[in-house]
Design a protein around this ligand. Sequence first.
Ligand code: CP3
Length: 350
Amino acid sequence: MTVSTQIPYLLRATRGEVLERPPVWMMRQAGRYMKAYRELRDKYPSFRDRSEIPEVAIEISLQPWKAFQPDGVILFSDIVTPLPGLGIEMDIAEGKGPIIDSPIRSQAQVDRLRPLEPAESLPFIKEILQELRQEVGDKAAVLGFVGAPWTLAAYAVEGKGSKTYSNIKGMAFSDPVMLHQLLGKLADAIAVYVRYQIDCGAQVVQMFDSWAGQLSPQDYETFALPYQQRVFQQVRQTHPDTPLILLVSGSAGLLERMAKSGADIVTVDWTVDMAEARVRLGKDIKVQGNLDPGVLFGSKEFIRDRIYDTVRKAGNRGHILNLGHGVLPNTPEENVAFFFETAKQLKVRG
Ligand code: CP3
């Protein structure tokens, strides 16, 4: 077994050290597939309560840590959590995701947005992150996360999740000046929020641009990439040593462009072969991923083979083992446990 001393094992991968096994965690590792989570959900039916009452959010964040000892413990929250602090009221509906009360469709609404004051509007984040650091010590890294400007703008403009993104694309392709103002305000708020998470204890921060994969490459370069860069640049000015991860869902056509975002680590999804992703991203970019979350519905042998295959293709440095996106509801907990055990026993690299 690898004994971690002083610095959490996951951070050693972010520094590019040669390691005998990659650190491992899972996106959405806290949540619906866990019985313990579902029980707590019955007690606290509102997602905002579960994520904004510090004791509850702490307990949920720690459920997978207690069950599986991953190398990373992610804050239990949501990407839309900071929006009320900007003046965008929202709720998170069971089975549906974020719902925005008054979707942003006019210049007046963009003008009314407030700068984010996280100590005032997000005080619970401080309590949660501080307590998580306390609990896991140097045995795991505590990860914070935020949504990226394009993806948060998609929720703010559509008012909810979307299959077509017709409202925000309508705005992008008919009134780009207004959308750029919205994206700029969101980028500045998100940068402030990332800095706040780091100051409160987050050791790594992942930015989710989940819906940027819905853009053509040229539109990604106009509406997503510059704002990812703006967030990462602002954070680097004050916090140059915190590793930053970028995720875009369905990013196979965008990998080279993601490498220009300023992220240290790019999450690779399962639509790309990991060895090919390495070549396409170049040696300066570290990788996270990239098993299909559906693999966890497979047999143990299959799960093990896919872990070996991914680890071999990623090589022995600068790789964080993960799924290519969040763990799915109904995933057998037993298979999640097996995934972590197998990953932590690996000694395939010298
Ligand atoms: O990884 C973790 O353990 C932290 C948990 C986490 C949540 N949301 C909790 C949550 C994370 C990292 C997020 C980020 C998030 N939220 C993203 C980016 C990640 C991605 O999937 O690309 C996005 C797009 C959202 C918006 C959102 N919130 C969606 C699409 C949903 C799911 C809707 C549904 O029910 O299928 C939510 C709600 C939500 N956020 C749930 C969880 C665990 C599910 C609802 C619940 O458990 O009650």
